[in-house]
Design a protein around this ligand. Structure first.
Ligand code: MN3
Length: 223
């Protein structure tokens, strides 16, 4: 009996450890970003949309015989060689993981002096940067994302991508490492904002995690 139990415990541990890609816990409660992002949207977005992408990514990799691939940056950096299912779900998993982390209920986060200086040099001012990123998000036709990224030449750039693409993909028109991403799929805002994407985008600035954006930017500056 003891041996059977031991076996079961080992089987349980290894089966959960085996999941190739897994969803990190949401860093706040579903209702923590109210009233800017409502609890129902957050719960559905995290437990249905994002969770579904992770399951489908693992499934698509398994079907492609790539169940030992765990380096997300390497997958995205060679995405043109993969199936559409892997492209869409790997992009989704990366994008949503970043998105949860660049939002916060904490009102006291701050841009680092280094990132603030780079933004001012590149876009003229923090306000001009926000306006340009909002514009990129507002004008992305259909579903997609808007980004602040650091290019391989170490320049800040604002861009947007369709579907679940991102600037890490080898065939992205603008390449770079994302430090801030905004989900402009309707599932990110429709329950509360319906067709008013602009109102959702204005609200996003009230819950931006500038500490995390600054941390991601600092990571790109380590050579
Ligand atoms: Mn989404």
């Amino acid at each position: 009996m003891k041996t059977v139990l031991k076996f079961l415990v080992i089987a349980l541990i290894s089966s959960s450890a085996f999941a190739q890609f897994t969803q990190a816990p949401l860093p706040y409660a579903y209702d923590a970003l109210e009233p800017f992002v409502d609890a129902q949207t957050m719960e559905i977005h995290y437990t249905k949309h994002h969770a579904g992408y992770v399951n489908n990514l693992n499934k698509a990799l398994k079907e492609a015989g790539k169940e030992n691939y765990t380096d997300m940056n390497a997958i995205l950096g060679n995405i043109s060689k993969y199936s559409t299912a892997i492209r869409n779900n790997a992009g989704s998993h990366y994008n949503h993981t970043l998105f949860w982390n660049v939002l916060t209920p904490n009102k006291n986060t701050k841009l680092s002096p280094e990132l603030a200086a780079a933004i001012e040099t590149t876009f003229g001012s923090i306000e001009a940067f926000k306006t340009q990123l909002t514009q990129a998000a507002a004008t992305r036709f259909g579903s997609g994302w808007a980004w602040l990224a650091v290019t391989p030449e170490n320049k800040l750039v604002i861009c947007s991508t369709p579907n679940q693409d991102n600037p890490l993909m080898d065939d992205a028109p603008v390449k770079g490492t994302p430090v801030l991403g905004i989900d402009v799929w309707e599932h990110a805002y429709y329950l509360k904002y319906q067709n008013k994407r602009g109102d959702y985008l204005q609200a996003i600035w009230s819950i931006m995690n500038w500490d995390e954006v600054s941390r991601l930017y600092a990571g790109t500056q380590i050579k």
